[in-house]
Write a protein that binds this ligand. Structure first.
Ligand SMILES: Nc1nc2c(ncn2[C@@H]2O[C@H](COP(=O)(O)OP(=O)(O)OP(=O)(O)O)[C@@H](O)[C@H]2O)c(=O)[nH]1
Ligand SMILES: [Mg+2]
Length: 391
């Protein structure tokens, strides 16, 4: 095929460029390295990686830890705590659950490989298992909740429970009419730590669907809790809606009257109450995030406490949340030094967010959140009440 004049010019120019590139590559090593095809594609890939949400770098300060290898026992347990993540969810929560686990893996667990336990009152769908298994290499166990730990007990007076739900609906309270929400609160208050899949673990980190972890954790919080002899940790403290727990505090006071020996010396009552325990100021730890020692919940004091509360039917006649129940127990039955605020853990459960305000913590954690949005000292926060008990 004969080329026209401009075609011939283009061809000979291209030929000249290739010849020059070949001579320079062969005679100048640096030029060759800089322009090799693999280098150029690597540079392109790096740019790609930089802009995907998977590319949260591991924190530079942490000593290299063994990566999770294959299955239980793949990592020397001496380097890790006896701990697990636990997520209670429905099959329909799959997208939110994937989002939470992705976020947790990117910001912490991909370097640690702590296992996961998923709990549900129904059998897990193949879809849920497949989607979650795709986003972590850590071991996962799928648990079903025993019937009686979840559903409303037969001894609850249904008429009274219906009346309670109706009253709350009239008051415009969120989840007022939901029995399943009450099942969930009661299960999280008194049963999850007794599940057979959790019995082998001491520590848990509770994770919910649709949460975000905004900072890379420069340490292992489980090992921190163990080393510092902590029992319960939180990231957000806020006020409870009092209409959901009209008789909870009186019930707590009846319990402590009956068992005064269970009340810890130097406890966190000053966080829970503004008048030395006479009334509850509604401050509690937001329990959708928790890192805690399950032996506390499994111990004699909390077991008796939960049974005492449960026997009143308040989980169903009112709408007692696991957040105030856990918080009150930790606040009264533990010395305050056993409760820890994890400032470094940037955490969001919409609509609330904890984002470290201290510049050095924020930078060190490579936090993606806006510290200006942190809940800590906003109008609905109880962080002041927490701070004041250490002043
Ligand atoms: N298996 C199961 N899990 C549930 C059910 N209801 C709630 N959960 C889980 O229990 C936890 C708390 O429920 P949420 O609906 O998030 O309650 P919340 O955090 O008070 O309220 P939101 O602001 O709606 O998130 C989450 O991990 C849910 O996935 C249920 O009926 N079955
Ligand atoms: Mg939630």
């Amino acid at each position: 095929m004969a080329l026209n004049k401009p075609g011939r010019y283009v061809l000979s120019t291209l030929g000249l460029i290739f010849a020059l590139h070949f001579i320079l590559s062969a005679t100048h090593e640096q030029y060759g390295n800089a322009t090799s095809f693999s280098k150029l594609t690597a540079a392109w890939n790096k740019e790609q990686v930089k802009y995907t949400d998977t590319a949260v770098p591991a924190h530079p300060d942490i000593a290299p830890l063994p990566k999770w290898s294959n299955g239980v026992g793949g990592v020397a347990n001496a380097t890790r705590a006896n701990a697990t993540f636990v997520m209670l969810a429905r099959n329909s929560d799959v997208n939110g659950a994937v989002q939470s686990i992705r976020s947790l893996e990117d910001r912490f667990n991909r370097d640690y490989g702590y296992p996961y336990v998923f709990l549900n009152e129904e059998p897990w769908s193949d879809e849920f298992k497949k989607r979650i298994s795709a986003v972590t290499n850590a071991p996962i166990e799928w648990g079903v909740i025993p019937h009686d730990w979840w559903f409303q007990p037969s001894w609850i007076n249904e008429e009274k429970a219906t009346e309670g739900r109706k009253k709350m609906t009239e008051q415009g309270i969120i989840y007022a009419d939901s029995v399943s929400y009450r099942n969930m609160c009661r299960f999280n208050s008194g049963f999850f730590f007794k599940h057979k899949l959790l019995l082998k673990y001491k520590w848990y980190w509770r994770v919910e669907p649709d949460v975000h972890f905004h900072c890379t954790l420069p340490f292992d919080p489980f090992l921190y809790m163990e080393a510092q002899k902590k029992v319960y940790a939180f990231t957000i403290a806020l006020y409870e809606w009092s209409a959901t727990i009209p008789t909870l505090w009186d019930t707590v006071k009846n319990f402590t009257k009956k068992y005064p020996e269970y009340v810890a010396k130097d406890n966190a009552m000053g966080f829970l109450s503004d008048d030395n325990g006479a009334g509850f100021n509604m401050c509690h730890f937001w329990s959708n995030f928790e890192i805690a020692d399950m032996d506390f919940w499994r111990g004699e004091i909390y077991t008796k406490f939960f049974e005492f509360l449960d026997a009143t039917g308040g989980f169903y006649y009112e709408r007692w949340g696991d957040a105030p129940v856990h918080s009150i127990a930790a606040g009264i039955f533990l010395p305050k030094s056993k409760i820890h605020f994890f400032n470094e853990i940037g955490y969001e459960h919409p609509p609330n967010i904890h984002c470290p305000k201290d510049d050095d913590v924020w930078k060190k954690g490579m936090c993606g959140c806006d510290p200006g949005r942190t809940h800590d000292y906003g109008p609905y926060s109880c962080q002041h009440q927490w701070d004041r008990i250490f002043q």
